[in-house]
Design a protein around this ligand. Structure first.
Ligand code: ASP
Ligand code: MG
Length: 651
């Protein structure tokens, strides 16, 4: 069961309604649908105006409302059906004229949903119009949820043959049977009540913007979609003036544990916003800004997803004051800041605040794929750092996930970073599209960077062309600044003469353990140091990937087949041996360098001699550095790798 709600602009005319029907059609292919609709846009306002008019003026204004609906009927239906539906509209209009003036406003949804239900039936769909006045019980301003849910469940259960239930939003009735409303914008609430009553699989609020945005895009053009937001933050934004969602609609969905998806009828492929049980963060990052008029005052509300740093209100105040905005008050309350000012000043203040929250140079949106050890350690670090880093979306998938990427492409800004902490062999295919979309890429996935050289070169070129970064320091020697050091030489017209590297933590652990080979291998397996298949380590596969990355960083277009590998044979291992990956200048070799991975016997003078356990070492000789540059240190550990990923994101 899916509950879909469409707002006034989504049903404003025949073209818009056809779009709605397409969306309902695809929902129908997944199961039963409850379709909640608002009045056509402007209708509720027109009805309220009508109720305030002198009876003599009413006829003309009422006729205009009738005409708008009839013209929709004229476009959607032909022949006998057109006549029948016009009749339904006319009868609704007669009921309107017979009603108390204060109830006029409750008729907009009756018009719109009766037309839509008729259209569905006319298209051969088993559709039933339900009267929400018989289902939703409103006592004073509160909904009697228990009674309401019971009635809704029964109404649906009574009609197992029906595919699409069409429901007028906004209205219900009190204990005396008198019609009542859920308040302006209340159709969202109707949809949420239905979703909760039915334990719906999905609650979709279809509107005319691509989800809940950082602020109203009509006020600030650079506003962008918030991909995910907690129920509480969404409620706060809605309660403080964001019109995209009616605040009371949050509660029923939250109680029932149903996500609310806010989607754009006019761009149905846009992923929009998911409102759900996203946890509060220890240090709040900005989520969005809403504003509303209150008498002669306007109030901005800046909402975060956790407590706001105590220094922030002061910073914000001085930012606003430097923009010559006259403030009445700035109040910080846990996870939000209220800014009060004279009505009329709000848009300028809003722009300044939006810039302050979302467009400052040090805020970064991170899209993380891969939640293995490194990914999790990264999330942990980010949680504990200041709110410079906004993680807006976390993929729950180890590998490619179309939806993750389409969300990222739709929502990312120039300061977004796609972080690949997977060890997928194929995810690199998304690097170029991400860079093309203006998204930076940081990777700890060495499989992605050791793909055939042509693919690697394309990534590098795309990054350069798009002026985005592609960083992967973590792929070799975890947090050791190895690639950076090679880069320095490569960028300074220096010439690399040789690189020697001990980069296989597993093998180095085995070789320096002092234990017999088989025993050491077993121990390495036990503590989780080896790949699933230890032959990968012994065969030098992992070292090969690192060597390819090292060589390419030095400007050598190395391919797998350029590297001579001598796999480790446990029976032949001698004391004093190290597993060394090397690149050496050799003008007679096809690419000007010779590359090899093999066991080498080293003496105490060799830098590789002292590399113990899971440490890594790299020694670089170049024309400018006749005595080698040696970098040595811990080469393994999720926290360290994560800190290196973070450094790539931020530096
Ligand atoms: N038609 C009602 C209003 O304009 C309810 C809604 O659209 O949600 O307030
Ligand atoms: Mg609305």
């Amino acid at each position: 069961m899916e509950v879909l709600k469409f707002g006034g602009t989504s049903v404003a005319n025949a073209t818009a309604i056809s779009r709605v029907l397409d969306i309902v059609d695809s929902a129908r292919s997944r199961g039963k649908v409850v379709l909640v609709c608002s009045a056509i846009s402007g209708c509720t306002d027109a009805l309220i105006a009508l109720s305030g008019m002198e009876p003599s003026e009413r006829e003309k204004a009422g006729k205009a409302i009738l005409d708008r609906h009839n013209s929709i009927v004229g476009r959607l239906f032909t022949g006998k059906e057109r006549k029948d539906v016009s009749q339904i509209v006319l009868e609704t209009y007669k009921d309107l004229l017979d009603a108390e003036a204060e109830d006029y406003q409750t008729f907009g949804e009756l018009f719109s949903t009766r037309i839509i239900a008729a259209k569905l039936r006319c298209d051969g769909i088993s559709a039933l119009w339900l009267d929400s006045r018989d289902l939703i019980r409103i006592d004073g301003v509160a909904v009697d949820k228990e009674l309401t849910y019971r009635r809704i469940s029964k109404a649906i259960a009574d009609h197992p043959e029906v595919e699409v239930f069409v429901v007028p939003g906004f209205i219900g009735s009190d204990a005396t049977g008198r019609v009542r409303t859920l308040g302006r914008g209340g159709s969202d609430y109707t949809a949420s009540l239905f979703a909760a009553a039915l334990g719906a699989d999905d609650l979709q609020i279809w509107t005319d913007v691509p989800g809940i945005m950082t602020t109203n895009p009509k006020d600030v053009r650079s506003a962008r979609t918030i991909p995910q937001i907690s129920y509480d933050a969404a409620f706060m934004l809605a309660a403080c003036g964001a019109k995209v969602l009616y605040a009371p609609a949050v509660e029923p969905a939250k109680e029932a544990g149903i996500n609310i998806r806010i989607l754009d009828t006019f761009h149905p492929d846009h992923p929009g916003t998911v409102v759900g049980p996203f946890p509060r963060r220890e240090k709040g990052g900005w989520v969005g800004i809403a504003w509303q008029k209150r008498g002669d005052e306007s109030q901005l509300c800046l909402v975060a997803d956790g407590p706001v740093d105590p220094a922030v209100p002061g910073d914000l105040r001085s930012k606003l004051e430097r923009s010559n905005i006259v403030l009445r008050a700035v109040t910080a309350v846990d996870d939000h800041i209220l800014v009060n000012l004279s009505a009329g000043d709000e848009i300028e203040a809003l722009r300044t605040c939006h810039y302050f929250c979302f467009e400052t140079d040090d805020s970064v949106d991170v899209y993380l794929a891969g939640e293995g050890k490194v990914g999790q350690a990264l999330l942990e670090i980010i949680r504990n750092t200041d709110n410079r880093i906004n993680v807006r979306l976390v993929s729950r998938h180890e590998v490619e996930d179309e939806e993750f990427f389409s969300q990222m492409f739709a929502a990312a800004s120039g300061k977004s970073v796609f972080v690949d902490c997977t060890d997928s062999e194929t995810i690199y295919k998304w690097y170029v599209p991400a860079l093309e979309a203006g998204i930076n890429v940081v990777s700890s996935n060495r499989r992605a960077l050791s793909v055939p050289y042509a693919e690697f070169a394309l990534m590098k070129r795309t990054a350069r062309r798009m002026r985005r970064f592609l960083r992967y320091e973590t792929t070799v020697g975890a947090a050791l600044p190895i690639l950076d050091s090679i880069n320095m030489s490569a960028n300074s017209a220096d010439e690399i003469l040789s690189i020697e590297a001990v980069v296989s933590c597993t093998l180095n652990f085995i070789l320096t353990s002092g234990l017999p080979f088989e025993e050491a291998l077993k121990k390495a397996q036990d503590i989780g140091l080896t790949e699933k298949d230890p032959r990968m380590d012994l065969g030098g596969r992992d070292a090969l990937r690192k060597l390819l990355i090292l060589g390419r960083e030095a400007g050598i277009p190395l391919e797998e087949e350029d590297v001579l590998i001598e796999p480790v044979d446990g029976a032949q291992v001698q004391p004093g041996q190290r597993f060394v990956a090397s690149i050496e200048k050799d003008p007679s070799a096809p690419k000007g360098y010779r590359a090899a991975i093999r066991l080498r016997t080293v003496g105490p003078d060799d830098p590789a001699w002292n590399v113990r356990g899971t440490d890594n070492m790299i020694s670089i000789r170049s024309a400018f550095h006749p005595s080698p540059l040696i970098i040595q240190g811990a080469g393994e550990g999720a926290k360290m790798a994560a800190s290196s990923v973070l450094n790539d994101i931020l530096r």
